[in-house]
Design a protein around this ligand. Sequence first.
Ligand code: PGA
Length: 252
Amino acid sequence: MRRKLIAGNWKMNGLKADSLALAQAVFEKSANQTNKSFDVLICPPMNVLGMVAALPHNDVLIGSQDVAETVKPNGAFTGDVSAAMVKDLGASCAIVGHSERRQYHHETDAVVCQKAENAIAAGLIAVICVGETLAEREAGQALDVVQHQIAESVPANATAQNTVIAYEPVWAIGTGKVPTTDDVAQIHASIRTKLAEKLGADVAENMRILYGGSVKPENAKELLSVANVDGALIGGASLKADSFWAIAEAVM
Ligand code: PGA
C-alpha cells in the first residue's frame, strides 16, 4: 500500500518572515491532524531552507528544490549547493529535474539522473520530475517523452524508499489547465510499467508517483483518486497553508 505524499514546491517565493509563517502554519495543521494517512513535504527556496528545517516540524518532511550536479560534496562550484549541504541543513528530500530547471537551466535527463544519484548518495529522497510540453502532447508524443525521461532520469539504484516520481505536464504548471483523469491514469500507468522494466516489479509497485500541475483544493479529490496517483506536487496552491492543507485533506 503506497502512502500518499502531499508535497509543496514553493519555487522562488518567500522572504524570511513570510516563509517562516507559512512553514509554521503547515506544521501546526499537520500536528493538529489526527490519524494522518499521508505524508507531507514542503520544499522552500534555499534562502530559508535551513531556517524552516530548524523549526520543530514533527513528521513534516523538508526538501530542497534542486541539488548540485557535481558528485563532490563541496568544492569550487560557485552558486551551487550540494546534496550533502542540503542534508546538513536538516532536509530529507530534494526535487530534481523540475521542468523549470530543465527549461531555464537546460538540464538534460543525464544531468537530472546525476542530481538524483547525488541526492540519494547523500541520504535524501529524490523527487524526480518528468512531463511533456504542450507541443509534445499535441504531437501525440506525451507517452513516449515521459517514458524516455523515466528511462534516462531515474538512477539504476532508485528504490521505493529513496525515490519519488512526479509527473508534471509542463503545460499544466501554473496555467490552471489539467489533463483529463483518463490522461493522468494512462501516463501514470505507463510510468509504473517503465519503472518495472527498469527497476523490477517490486520497486515499481511501491514507488510513489505524484501528479503535479495546477492542483487546487477544487480538483484535488478527483486527481488524487486516479489509479496510480500517489500524491500531488503543488506549486501555487502550496503558498497558502489553507489551500495546501485543503488539498492534503482531499486524501482522506
Ligand atoms: P502549480 O506548480 O501547482 O503552480 O501548477 C506545480 C509545480 O510546478 O510543481
